[in-house]
Design a protein around this ligand. Structure first.
Ligand code: HEC
Length: 216
């Protein structure tokens, strides 16, 4: 049999254990040695806010009501959001609002692409965009399509069947059609979506449209 003294001790221990539980679901318990849980170095995405001023990893430079807050600071006033690389084509509104990325279009949907895709990059009067487009074209397309887009690139000569942008139906291929061709390829040409960013592809489209008019 347990003695009365031992029973008292057991009851006291259980009472203490029960007392240390709290009904609140978000209570993480007492942290002994918090530096084992929290990074000592500042971590931009750390969500620890300093309600007690006892934690590490909350910045003194971001304060709210005198308490340190998370390390990532809000962007400074006047910050301009960068262009949105959304992945879903929303055909309900002007596509110019919809970012640059139309990965959702299936590679067999070139007619749809020709109908709905509009170049979100507007040409500037100084010609910087076209200059970029030209550089990119000379890097990625010229080996097959030739400097002027007439299909006489050195690789094209071996590859065969490279069209001339200035003749026949190629003259009138529109921006969406060209973008889709660069992205997914077409017949014997393979797609370049993993090589060229959407933004750069749209710049190339501008330049190809110049070549179609024989203005390269
Ligand atoms: C490895 C060679 C090669 C490269 C590199 C290449 N193309 Fe092509 N391209 C072709 C060939 C071949 C065709 C003809 C495809 C066919 O119809 O068989 C073609 C066709 C096209 C067409 C016509 C599509 C149609 O509707 O018939 C366009 C527009 C085009 N390419 C644009 C580009 C652009 C822009 C680049 C650079 C980003 C590029 N190509 C890079 C070989 C290439």
């Amino acid at each position: 049999m347990l003695s009365r003294g031992k029973i008292t001790i057991i009851v006291a221990v259980f009472a203490c254990l029960l007392y240390s539980c709290e009904p609140k679901g978000d209570y993480t318990g007492v942290e002994y040695a918090p530096n084992m849980y929290h990074s000592v170095a500042y971590d931009a995405y750390s969500q620890i806010t300093d309600s007690t001023d006892a934690y590490y990893n909350s910045t003194p430079y971001n304060q709210y009501k005198g308490k340190k807050k998370i390390n990532m600071l809000p962007p400074v006033e006047g910050t301009v959001a960068r262009q949105n690389f959304r992945s879903v084509a929303d055909t309900s509104k002007d596509v110019r609002d919809k970012g640059l990325f139309f990965y959702e279009l299936h590679k067999d949907s070139i007619d749809l692409a020709a109908r709905i895709l509009k170049n979100p990059i507007i040409l500037d009067s100084a010609g910087v965009i076209l200059e970029d487009g030209k550089k990119l074209y000379l890097t990625y397309c010229q080996p097959c399509h030739g400097e002027k887009g007439v299909g006489d690139g050195k690789v094209g000569a071996m590859y065969k069947g490279v069209p001339n942008y200035t003749t026949g139906r190629y003259k009138t291929l529109n921006e969406g059609h060209i973008f889709h061709t660069i992205t997914n390829g077409r017949n014997r040409m393979w797609g370049l979506k993993t090589t060229i960013s959407p933004e750069d592809r749209w710049k190339i489209v501008h330049y190809v449209q110049k070549l179609q008019k024989g203005e390269g």
